[in-house]
Design a binder for this molecule. Structure first.
Ligand code: ADP
Ligand code: MG
Length: 274
C-alpha cells in the first residue's frame, strides 16, 4: 500500500473527479489517519485547490514543472493534515508535463497514497498523469456519453499497462437510465467499486470550500466517500450506524429527488504552505 499512486480519470468532464479526489483525500486522513497527498493534474483547468479552501497558492505545480523545482517546495497542508499540490488557476503559457511522472514518483515514499486529479479525455495532459500513476480509478456518470468516453479511457489505460482498480459510478440514481449497473460493469469490463448518489450537499459543500465529508459527514455521498476511502486504506468503515445505513438506502430509493438543504456553515478549512 505504501507509496501507491492513484489517478482519478474520466472520459467526460464534470463527472465528479475533483470532488472525489478532495473527499477521498480528506476522508483517508480524517477517518483513517493516513498520510495522503492530493495533486492537481488538471493543469490547464485546475480547481482542486478551491475544493480545499486554498484560493491563491503563491507557488504551484506549473512553477515546479517550468523551473524544475522539487514538489516538496509547492506542498501545502490542509487543516486536516492532507497535503495538497495545487495547479495555478490563472492561465499560463506552455507548460510541459513530460516530467510529471518523475517528480511524482520522487514523492511516493513520503505518502501512503498519492491521489492525482486529472483533466478529462485523452489529451497529452491526461497521458502524462497516466504515466505518473500505478493504478487508476475511472469515474463515470450513468449516461451514454460518459460511459462511452470512459471506455476509451479504459482502453488507453490497458495500452499503457495501467491497471484500473474499478469504476466509480457518480450521481447514481435508482431508476432506469438505459443500462443496469451490471451492464455498465460488463461493457466496461471493470467492476463498479462505489456508487455515489446524487447529493445536493455536494454543490453546497463546494460553495463553502469544505469537502462534503467534513461539511455534512452523514450525508449519503459522504458515507460512500468514507466507505471507498476505507477500501483504499484496506480498512472497514465501521462508524456507519444503522441510522446512516437507513439514510443511504432511502437516498438511493429517492432517486435524486431534490431535497431542501440547510444553510452553509462557517467552519474554516484554510490551507497553508508547509
Ligand atoms: P470533474 O472534476 O469531473 O470535472 P467535479 O468534481 O468538478 O467534476 O464536479 C462537477 C460538478 O458536479 C460539481 O460542481 C458538483 O457540484 C457536481 N457534482 C458532482 N458529483 C455530484 C453528486 N454526487 N451529487 C450532486 N452534484 C454533484
Ligand atoms: Mg475537475
Amino acid at each position: 500500500m505504501k507509496g501507491k499512486i492513484l489517478g482519478i480519470i474520466s472520459g467526460k468532464g464534470g463527472v465528479g473527479k475533483t470532488t472525489t479526489v478532495a473527499n477521498l483525500g480528506v476522508a483517508l486522513v480524517n477517518e483513517f489517519g493516513k498520510k495522503i497527498l492530493v495533486l492537481d493534474g488538471n493543469i490547464i483547468t485546475a480547481n482542486l485547490n478551491l475544493h480545499l479552501d486554498l484560493v491563491y497558492p503563491p507557488i504551484t505545480l506549473q512553477d515546479a514543472l517550468n523551473n524544475d523545482l522539487s514538489l516538496d517546495k509547492i506542498t501545502y497542508v490542509h487543516e486536516t493534515g492532507l497535503h495538497i499540490i495545487p495547479s495555478s488557476l490563472t492561465f499560463k503559457e506552455k507548460i510541459s508535463t513530460n516530467h510529471l511522472w518523475r517528480k511524482v514518483k520522487s514523492l511516493a515514499n513520503q505518502y501512503e497514497i498519492i491521489l492525482i486529479d486529472s483533466a478529462p479525455g485523452l489529451g497529452e495532459e491526461v497521458l502524462d498523469v497516466m504515466r505518473a500513476v500505478d493504478k487508476l480509478l475511472i469515474i463515470t456518470t450513468p449516461d451514454l456519453p460518459s460511459i462511452t468516453t470512459s471506455m476509451k479511457s479504459i482502453e488507453l489505460a490497458k495500452k499503457m499497462k495501467k491497471p484500473v482498480l474499478g469504476i466509480i459510478l457518480n450521481r447514481a440514481r435508482n431508476r432506469s437510465y438505459g443500462f443496469s449497473e451490471n451492464e455498465i460493469a460488463a461493457t466496461m469490463k471493470v467492476p463498479i467499486i462505489a456508487k455515489i448518489p446524487e447529493d445536493e450537499k455536494i454543490p453546497e459543500s463546494i460553495a463553502t470550500k469544505i469537502p462534503v465529508v467534513l461539511y455534512e459527514p452523514r450525508s449519503p455521498a459522504s458515507i460512500v466517500f468514507k466507505e471507498l476511502a476505507a477500501r483504499l486504506a484496506g480498512r472497514r468503515y465501521r462508524s456507519l450506524s444503522i441510522l446512516d445505513r437507513i439514510k443511504l438506502l432511502f437516498s438511493r430509493k429517492r432517486s435524486g429527488r431534490a431535497r431542501k438543504g440547510k444553510g452553509s456553515r462557517s467552519k474554516s478549512t484554510s490551507a497553508k504552505k508547509r
